[in-house]
Design a protein around this ligand. Structure first.
Ligand SMILES: [Zn+2]
Length: 210
């Protein structure tokens, strides 16, 4: 949880998550935006056009929960509303990772359900929400995603990307990585002609809560 963490520590976690997301192939260059909740009813969001593997404190905007820029970079990502609205409906969310992972977006666009196959997928992702396409930066994208985020920690935005929530930056990133891994596994299963295998439904009940 972020309680007790200093602002510098939280910003460093976000910068590190950007590097990890790019290095692990989850996203190319600037395809997404990241945020973390800060003490004092504020959030830090990556600024417009920032390359996620080249973040520093100057590429992070500080917003209050009404969306006003109150510090840092004066030009937040056009998708800042996506983050701000999600924090409003999920008081337990300490970080929101929004990325454009290619296999997740591809399978969804093809109308294929992403199947949770392994214990990791089931444990970290648990369930997947979905919203139809809306323009990036729009109120519709932000509001529909927030609505799905009430019940899912991972939400796919059609033809665009996904948002994953966590109790800290690492958990949000872990969920995004697990979602993309599940998409890759589903893709591979489809190539092998399999259309039904997934994590056993009765085993979900035995999972410990993350
Ligand atoms: Zn996006």
């Amino acid at each position: 949880m972020n309680a007790g963490s200093t602002v510098d520590t939280l910003l460093a976690q976000l910068i590190d998550a950007g590097r990890t997301a790019v290095r692990s192939g989850l996203v190319i260059a600037s395809g997404g935006n990241l945020s973390v909740r800060l003490p004092g009813e504020r959030i830090a969001v990556t600024a417009r056009g920032t390359w996620l593997d080249r973040l520093d404190n100057a590429s992070l905007s500080i917003l209050d929960l009404d969306g006003n820029v109150v510090g840092g970079n004066p030009d937040p990502s056009s998708e800042w509303k996506l983050h701000q609205r999600t924090y409003h409906v999920r008081p337990d969310a300490e970080s929101v990772i929004h990325l454009h992972p290619q296999t997740t977006v591809l399978l969804d666009a093809l109308g294929e359900e992403i199947r949770l196959m392994t214990l990791d997928h089931a444990h970290w992702v648990r369930s997947i929400g979905r919203v139809p396409y809306n323009p990036n930066g729009s109120d519709e994208l932000a509001d529909t995603t927030a609505e799905q985020s009430r019940i899912h920690n991972c939400v796919i935005q059609a033809h665009h990307g996904c948002s994953c929530i966590g109790g800290d930056v690492a958990m949000a990133l872990r969920r995004a990585m697990s979602l993309e891994q599940a998409a890759v596994a589903t893709y591979q299963a489809l190539l092998l002609g399999d259309r039904r295998t997934s994590f056993p439904s009765d085993a979900f009940a035995t999972l410990n809560h993350a």
